[in-house]
Each structure stands twice: as structure tokens, then as C-alpha cells.
Design a binder for this molecule. Sequence first.
Ligand SMILES: NC(=O)c1ccc[n+]([C@@H]2O[C@H](COP(=O)([O-])OP(=O)(O)OC[C@H]3O[C@@H](n4cnc5c(N)ncnc54)[C@H](OP(=O)(O)O)[C@@H]3O)[C@@H](O)[C@H]2O)c1
Length: 303
Amino acid sequence: MASTNQQQRIILITGANKGIGFEVVKKLIEQPSSNSKDIILLGSRDIKRGEDALKQLGSPPNVHLLQLDTSSKESIAAAANEIKQKYGGHLDVIINNAGIVPRDNTIQAARETQVTNYYGVKMLNEHLIPLLREQGRVVNVASSIGPMALHCFSKDLQEKYTSETLTKEQLDLLVEEFLSTYESNNVEKIGYRPDLPYLVYGVSKVALIALTRIEARQYSGAQNIFIYSVCPGYCATDLNNKAAGARPAALGADSILYVVDTPNHELENGGFYLDGKKEPQICMDEAKVQFFIQTSKKHLESK
Ligand SMILES: NC(=O)c1ccc[n+]([C@@H]2O[C@H](COP(=O)([O-])OP(=O)(O)OC[C@H]3O[C@@H](n4cnc5c(N)ncnc54)[C@H](OP(=O)(O)O)[C@@H]3O)[C@@H](O)[C@H]2O)c1
């Protein structure tokens, strides 16, 4: 068993073998204060890709590979077991970073995206939040595309996704209704906007931001656990084929680490953050949404 003590934070980052998650690990080991203190669990669904990432980091003694496919219940249960056996069964921070964009417009790809970006996070949190110590926190990596997408949906959908009384069961139902109308090609019938760029990905992040608020209500109180969602900003990674003009993934990591390192009393439990600022659940900036739509359409046409 890796030796741990009370001061050491045990931090799990999913999908950390590349992209923004990898940069988060890199920054955590570079932080002078946490260099030898934090135990970092580098989550990777593929062992070989995880080992390569570890090597790239110079195999620091406080970084350990944890095989974890966040869309698989069995893999999450095995990871929970490994945390119990090797790390004393404790975690202090969970960073749900793993995420995908749909590979095409099929219903299979749409479902896979919801399974990874929404259902996977929900399932992982249900299994691993019980391992969090007092004052532990969870960071769900969402995207500003979520609030911009929600801006474009019907008032009814906006009210449902932002309701203070929304439950996980109702949220699952919203996602399922989206998927079934997506399959039958009539999402507009229930208030979605079919021509919105990155619609499926956007809905997955709308759902994740809503889930974060539900979880924050669920786990505050007695358990004293804090849950945030965060956007890393538009970063050049494999997710967007290293888009020209996007910022370095290291800046995305900074946006995530802000909610990892800022004292909980300075943050709003359940809030959505970007670059250290709290952002609304529905984007109110019409010009920003129009800019997103126009530039995304151009980007998609050029592919
Ligand atoms: N890049 C951006 O501009 C941007 C903007 C806003 C939000 N985000 C969010 O930031 C997060 C990281 O994205 P990124 O840009 O760093 O993308 P990336 O470079 O494509 O990395 C994604 C990571 O997630 C992993 N992953 C995917 N599905 C997984 C699963 N089922 N189980 C475990 N790991 C899985 C990938 O593993 P493999 O290597 O095995 O595929 C990879 O390590 C995502 O949640 C994304 O939605 C990104």
C-alpha cells in the first residue's frame, strides 16, 4: 500500500493520459506546495496510454496509474477496489475530466457521448464520492457550450434544466427524451434546436452542469462535500483536432485547478466556473452565442 498521511491529498483525475487532464497532473506535480504531498491517481482507460503518460512525466513517485473507463460500471468498481487496497480507501479530490465529442451524427454516437459525458460521471460519483474525506471536493469538467446551448433551447427546457428541485431521475428522463427525439429526428418538437452546432455534446454538458447542482445539494450538509463544474476554455487538444486559434491545454488545466485549490468557502457549491469566475447556467450574452454559432458552423464546414 502507498504510504499516505492526513495532510496528503489523494487526487484522482479521469482521462488524464493526454490533453487537459494530462496538463492537470503535470501542474499538480509542479506545484511546489504539493510536490511531495499529493498522491495523484492518473486515470486512463487504456493501460499502455497511461504508462506512456507516466513516462512522459518522468514517473514521479507520487503519481500512480489507475485504469479507469468511466463509461463502465465494472471498471469504476474495480478502480474503487484498487483505491481501497492501495490508498487506504480515501480520496480528497475527484476530477471528472474524461470526455468525448460524437464521432458522427448517428444515434449510437449520440448515446455514447451521453454515456461518457453525463451518465459516466454520475455513475463514477455515486461509487467514489463515498470515499471522499471530510471537505472533499468533486470537479466535473463541463463546457461553456452547455450554457450557450441552453440559451438556444425553449423556455420550458431552460426551466427544467435549471430547476432548484430537479432530481437525478428527472434529469435522466430529460437526457433520454433528447436521445429518443434525436433518433426520430424531431428534437425541435421538445424544445431543442436541431441546427445548433455540437448539439449532442452541448446537451451532455447542459446535463452535467445540472447534475453538479443536484449533487451539490445531495452531498452538502452532513457529508460536507463540495461539488463544482468547470469549463477549461477552448483548448487545442485531440478533442477538436488541435483547433487553430485555441489556447494551450495548460491554460485549461489552470481553469480546473482554480476550483481544486480555492478554499471551499470562497466558491459557490454547485457553481459553474471558467478561469476563476462563476458563470451562469444559461448564457445571457446573445452576441457571444451568435459568435459561437457562426464560428462553429465555419469550423464544421471546413472539415
Ligand atoms: N478541448 C477543449 O476545447 C474543451 C473545451 C471545453 C471542455 N472540454 C472538456 O475537457 C475534458 C478534456 O478534454 P480534452 O480536450 O483534454 O480532450 P482529449 O485530449 O480528447 O482527452 C480526453 C481524455 O478523456 C479520455 N476518455 C474519453 N472517454 C473515456 C472513458 N470512457 N473513460 C476514460 N477516459 C476516457 C481520453 O482517453 P483516450 O486517450 O483513451 O481516448 C483522454 O484521455 C473533456 O471533458 C472535454 O469535454 C474541452
